[in-house]
Design a binder for this molecule. Structure first.
Ligand SMILES: Cc1ncc(COP(=O)(O)O)c(C=O)c1O
Length: 492
């Protein structure tokens, strides 16, 4: 196929064929290439109205500028960009201290920057698996059936870890009114093959914090009784940058002795654009040395422990900008504002009398809610109706045991202020009105036409003829909505 795109002109965009799925033979002008892609992207939703996502959609222009300045730096070239490497080390140390790692003054924390919490969790999981295998080998015991105990509410990355790295995931089922892992049940499920229990600080589904303190205490008792040494990992993808600022007294981190590693997404409440996560370990002993690679072909010896090699530097630099710029006070203010907007939303939703809010006051600033009554299709229809106003609000069914529940979730980020919350509630009211009208049989009249297609009329070119043979008004019929299962619908 010949690419005719060079015909395109910045001023005169002639709708000609653009090569989409194979490389065009010829070049086109940079203006035309820009314009074509720019125009297509206009059809994406607006990130600021995407209330499905925890991931940052606004940063200060000064930080945008720093990110652009670093856009051509490969993070892997550590020897060539030592300052960028140093900024990553500063970030790791800041985070480890924020999470109360037992570090003496001047001691270096153990951790690494990743592409997100998913990569961070893969690394933490691998460290647990290797430590457990080493212990089992040393004791002459079988080491081929490792498992992790989690709640059924874990994010899909834990299922990925389990499948990719051959670890069984033993999920504690959720139950009516309890949408997070029950620590008592989790500890009951721990056996000698359990490489760790993973607790979530900020469930993806409802934002609720799991009770890591109770888990630690119960597990300590079991470890003493059995002689096992089962540790805890905390998946603090969202909550890691919330709890230290809003609930400093809450014990969920390295203050608890069995917590050996923690992940957090820099690109969620760390307030950086997509592409950065962190994992920190309690101490050197918790990260087996044999998992660290040492390379020297880019200059000096570089220890690396990541799944990726090359990646951008901008996100690391942006993370350091946020730490430097906001400090503890700034992060606390941002999180308090988010909570305030979440409260406005919650109260507005409750005022309608139509919803049950299932998210808790303490947790990630989000509102998760269900329709009162049994009709699960309503959540999906409301989600679709809100899209017409530009808002993206996911609707999803809960995991095994609670599949009958369809939940809607609005995530509040820094750039979703009070005005946006009020406008959202207004649009939600209109969307609800539409649903109610539809349910009443439809204010919008519906007609059904039966048409008959005929051959093209003589002299009319290629066009077929169409004749209306029947015209009738119909009662509004609701299309049934199929509910997806599994974790495929986990938006984050
Ligand atoms: C609890 C939890 N863990 C892990 C992840 C994956 O994080 P990331 O998107 O940073 O890879 C998410 C994403 O929302 C999450 O909510």
């Amino acid at each position: 196929m010949q690419c005719k795109s060079k015909k395109l002109d910045r001023i005169l965009l002639i709708p000609c064929k653009v090569c989409r799925y194979e490389l065009g033979e010829k070049s086109i002008s940079k203006d035309a290439a820009y314009q074509i892609i720019h125009d297509e992207l206009l059809l994406d939703s607006s990130p600021r109205l995407n209330l499905a996502s925890f991931v940052t959609t606004w940063m200060e222009p000064e930080c945008d500028r720093l990110m652009l300045e670093a856009i051509n730096k490969n993070y892997a070239d550590m020897d060539e960009y030592p300052v960028t490497t140093e900024l990553q080390n500063r970030c790791v140390n800041i985070i480890a201290r924020l999470f109360n790692a037992p570090l003496s003054a001047g001691e270096t924390a153990v951790g690494v920057g990743t592409v997100g919490s998913s990569e961070a969790i893969m690394l933490a999981g691998l460290a647990f698996k290797r430590r457990w295998q080493n212990r089992r080998k040393a004791a002459g015991k079988p080491h081929d059936k490792p498992n992790i105990v989690t709640g059924a509410n874990v994010q899909v990355c834990w299922e990925k870890f389990a499948r990719y790295f051959e670890v069984e995931l033993k999920e504690v089922k959720l139950s009516e009114g309890c949408y997070v892992m029950d620590p008592d049940e989790a500890v009951r499920m721990v056996d000698e093959n359990t490489i760790c229990v993973a607790a979530i600080l900020g469930s993806t589904l409802t934002g609720e914090f799991e009770d890591v303190k109770r888990l630690n205490d119960l597990l300590a008792v079991k470890n003493r009784r059995t002689g096992w040494d089962t540790p805890i990992h905390v998946d603090a993808a969202s909550g890691g940058f919330i709890a230290p600022f809003l609930y400093p007294e809450l014990e969920w981190d390295f203050r608890l002795p069995l917590v050996k590693s923690i992940n957090v997404s820099g690109h969620k409440y760390g307030l950086v654009y997509a592409g950065v996560g962190w994992v920190v370990w309690r101490s050197k002993e918790d990260l087996p040395e044999e998992l660290i690679f040492h390379i020297n072909y880019l200059g000096a010896d570089q220890p690396t422990f990541t799944l990726n090699f090359s990646k951008g530097s901008s996100q690391i630099i942006a993370q350091y900008y946020q730490f430097l710029r906001l400090g503890f006070e700034g992060y606390r203010n941002v999180m308090e504002n988010c909570m305030e907007s979440a409260r406005t939303l919650r109260e507005g939703l409750e005022r309608t009398g139509r919803f049950t809010v299932i998210s808790k006051d303490q947790g990630v600033p989000l509102v998760a809610f269900t329709f009162k009554g049994r009709d699960t299709s309503l959540a999906f229809r409301l989600s679709a109706a809100l899209r017409r106003f530009g808002w993206i609000v996911p609707a999803y069914t809960m995991p095994a045991n609670l599949e009958h529940m369809a939940v809607l979730r609005v995530v509040v980020r820094e750039d979703f202020g009070r005005t946006m919350a009020e406008r959202f509630l207004n649009n939600l009211g209109m969307a609800m009105q539409e649903l109610d009208d539809e349910a009443k049989g439809g204010v919008v009249p519906r007609m059904r036409f039966t048409i008959e297609l005929g051959p093209p009329a003589r002299g009319s070119g290629e066009e077929a003829t169409a004749r209306v043979v029947k015209r009738e008004s119909v009662v509004a019929v609701h299309r049934s909505v199929s509910l997806a299962g599994g974790k495929t619908k986990g938006v984050c």
